[in-house]
Write a protein that binds this ligand. Structure first.
Ligand SMILES: Cc1ncc(COP(=O)(O)O)c(C=O)c1O
Ligand SMILES: N[C@@H](CCCC[NH3+])C(=O)O
Length: 463
């Protein structure tokens, strides 16, 4: 065992969070958290048959990697679990032209929620009839483009938008398929910033106050809109599937109410995304086949109860499709032991990225799993905080990580579960260029998004 290069040994560590015991094996790549092809060869992490040191030598650090085999397996599992239903990948989780092409080739649809996401889909020649357009404040221009490009469905989110879209569709001489986004009044058990079905938030039309029923009335009165179904999305990173079941029950009730009031049976029911994934071994997400079976059962039961024909089910996974397939590689720049008041020591491990490539820890207090990736080590565990290079003390990548105490500058770290909502929420804070996204498989790598350069940063600067 090597001594820690820069400070007290592990024995000196009395850290508040040290109450939790370190894992038995610091080098373990637990399959619940790491992508399918992640493995150690001679101590070094490999993904898609490639040594992470070689990948960094070629593409630089920090580096987002996507495991092609893991992604393909996830797409297959979704298709199988939801056979007979439509799976629309939520592009907000991660999107690039190449990725959109892959989504199309897997037979999935695409959920976009901005003109930018739609633009990427169009650049990828994504079949527009398999695109659903979301958003609580779509602009006229976004709606016009969606209609002109014949997107399969626009999900309506406000009374203002109903009129706006109806006018745009009428002017284009098109009858636009739409769904109505409902707010089902479920308290999804997730971080409050990513829960979307309680009453006091901005999305959708409330079921309980009659807002959704009124939206249905207004849409049905407009000949340029064709109401095909109802939509519900209760939130994101949800483990407890009971919320989805309550949501399904409540929207099916509205389907029944619509038939009673208008003699119309809507044919689609979109239950959104939101399925959680494991970021650490303590996370226990629902198993996909089980989740799908439960949803189908509840929808079938509720429709049966109301004597409704079974609507076509739609789901919109983002995180559960791409999140666990991605990892981020960082290079360690400094290791700084900081003496805390209580005589405890916290080891701040600074890496070459941070909140600009992963805002989730700062925004949601998200937990991540982190390992030393560029070599094996049998050094004692040290409780570390992996931090970025930004001018914010909240610039934390992993709040509490057990890492070998011989960690030193130049080592590479790998963070699991960064495929979703990391690159897509990345910023240029402190004028840090965003890292590339590289997909790996069969011993080969392919750049999906290249690294930004200083020229990219200056491109918009009017000087
Ligand atoms: C309408 C809608 N659909 C799908 C998703 C994807 O969610 P997730 O990535 O949690 O599956 C979101 C994001 O929460 C959303 O707002
Ligand atoms: N961006 C969030 C999820 C929000 C999903 C979009 N409605 C996350 O990283 O967890």
């Amino acid at each position: 065992m090597r001594a820690h290069p820069a400070g007290p040994a592990h024995g000196d560590l009395i850290h508040p969070a040290a109450a939790a015991a370190p894992p038995d094996d610091l080098s373990e790549l637990h399959p619940a958290v790491w992508p399918a092809t992640a493995e150690r060869i001679d101590g070094v992490v490999h993904l898609g048959g490639m040594d992470v040191r070689d990948l960094v030598a070629e593409h630089g650090s920090p580096l987002y990697l996507l495991d092609q085999a893991d992604l393909a397996a996830r797409a297959r599992t979704f298709r199988e679990a939801f056979a007979g239903a439509d799976v629309y990948y939520a592009g907000k989780a991660f999107l690039s032209v190449g990725f959109a092409r892959w989504v199309a080739s897997e037979g999935l649809g695409l959920d976009v929620c901005s003109g930018g996401e739609l633009g990427i889909a169009l650049r990828a020649d994504f079949p527009t009839d398999r695109i659903a357009m979301h958003g609580n404040n779509k602009s006229d221009a976004e709606l016009r483009r969606a209609v002109a490009e014949r997107v399969g469905c626009v999900v309506l989110d406000s009374y203002v938008e109903i009129v706006r879209l109806a006018d745009i569709a009428a002017a284009a001489g098109i009858r636009q398929k739409v769904m109505i986004r409902t707010t089902v009044g479920v308290e999804a058990h997730t971080h409050e910033f990513i829960a979307t079905a309680h009453e006091d938030q901005k999305f959708g039309f409330s079921l309980s106050s009659g807002g959704a029923a009124e939206a249905v009335r207004r849409v049905l009165a407009l000949p340029s809109l064709e109401l095909v179904g109802l939509h519900s999305h209760i939130g994101s990173q949800i483990f407890d599937t009971a919320g989805f079941e309550v949501a399904a029950k409540r929207v099916v009730q509205l389907l029944a109410d619509i038939r009673a009031e208008h003699d119309v049976e809507l044919t689609e029911l979109d239950l959104g995304g939101g399925l959680g994934v494991a970021y650490t071994v303590d996370d226990d997400p629902a198993q996909l086949h089980r989740f799908a079976a439960d949803l189908r059962t509840i929808v079938a039961y509720e429709c049966g109860r109301h004597g409704l024909r079974l609507p076509r089910l739609v789901v919109e996974p983002g995180r559960a499709l791409v999140g666990p397939a991605g990892i981020t590689i960082y290079e360690v720049g400094t290791v700084k032991p900081v003496q805390l008041d209580a005589g405890a020591v916290r080891h701040f491990v600074s890496v070459d990225g941070g909140m600009s490539d992963n805002i989730r820890t700062a925004l949601y207090d998200a937990a991540y799993t982190c390992v030393l990736a560029s070599r094996g080590s049998d050094a004692e565990p040290m409780l570390a905080r992996v931090v970025g290079k930004h001018c914010e003390s909240g610039d934390i990548v992993v709040k509490d990580a057990w890492l070998p105490s011989d960690l030193e500058p130049g080592d590479l770290l790998a963070i699991a579960g960064t495929g979703a909502y990391c690159r897509s929420m990345a910023s240029n804070y402190n004028q840090v260029p965003r890292p590339p996204v590289v997909s790996v498989g069969g011993g080969q790598s392919k750049v999906l998004l290249r690294r930004e350069t200083e020229d990219d940063l200056l491109r918009l600067d009017a000087g």
